[in-house]
Design a binder for this molecule. Structure first.
Ligand SMILES: CC(C)(COP(=O)(O)OP(=O)(O)OC[C@H]1O[C@@H](n2cnc3c(N)ncnc32)[C@H](O)[C@@H]1OP(=O)(O)O)[C@@H](O)C(=O)NCCC(=O)NCCS
Length: 162
């Protein structure tokens, strides 16, 4: 199976924040932002694998700024790291005031996706080829995050007794 570059599966997704996306404060619902993060990450994962993928986990998510009604929300997703059947995908979210062009970094998230075969079982993912310094830095950082995630997961499993 041939490796693929990061740029091969990068995604940029944009939406105008409409009244039906808003909470009582006139900002986009946090749940809607989370939904868009999951969709952007899934598309990046699908592009990388060209196989069905499911979300296995989402690391902590901080909302740094609200996304205001009438602003544009911009999501950029890219595969940071591939292990065997799972991969880490990073999503950066920004909001842009369409009248002034002012942009805010509103949130970032790391998600783990698993590729599935025709029987719904985890299946091998093509290797990732980080090319730029940023891609290499993200790759190395993702390895460390995976170690923490795996430790948390095994603690969770032993606590639940399954
Ligand atoms: C994710 C899922 C496919 C993993 O299946 P599993 O039988 O537990 O598989 P395994 O234990 O063999 O793990 C497969 C891979 O997933 C990774 N993984 C599993 N659970 C994980 C978690 N909570 N966080 C991060 N990675 C996880 C494993 O590390 C492994 O990665 P690797 O092959 O790269 O080393 C399965 O738990 C599942 O279907 N979960 C529900 C997914 C879902 O419904 N998502 C929301 C809707 S899309």
């Amino acid at each position: 199976m041939e490796g693929k570059t990061v740029s091969n599966s990068q995604i940029q997704m944009m939406e105008l924040v409409q009244p039906n996306d808003a909470n009582n404060h006139g900002n986009m619902h946090g749940g809607k932002v989370m939904h868009l993060i999951d969709i952007a990450a899934a598309m990046s994962g699908l592009r990388h694998c060209r196989k069905p993928v499911v979300t296995a986990s989402v690391d902590s998510l901080d909302f740094l700024h609200p996304v205001q009604l009438g602003n544009m929300i911009i999501l950029r997703a890219s595969v940071n790291y591939v292990h065997n059947t799972s991969m880490e995908i990073g999503v950066r979210v920004e909001s842009e005031n369409p009248l002034t062009g002012e942009r805010f970094h509103t949130s970032s998230a790391y998600l783990t996706f698993v590729a599935l075969d025709e029987n719904g079982k985890p299946t091998k993912i093509p290797a990732l080829i980080p090319e730029t310094d940023t891609e290499k830095r993200r790759y190395e950082a993702a390895i460390k995050r995976r170690e923490i995630r795996m430790k948390t997961r095994s603690e969770l499993i032993s606590e639940s007794g399954s």
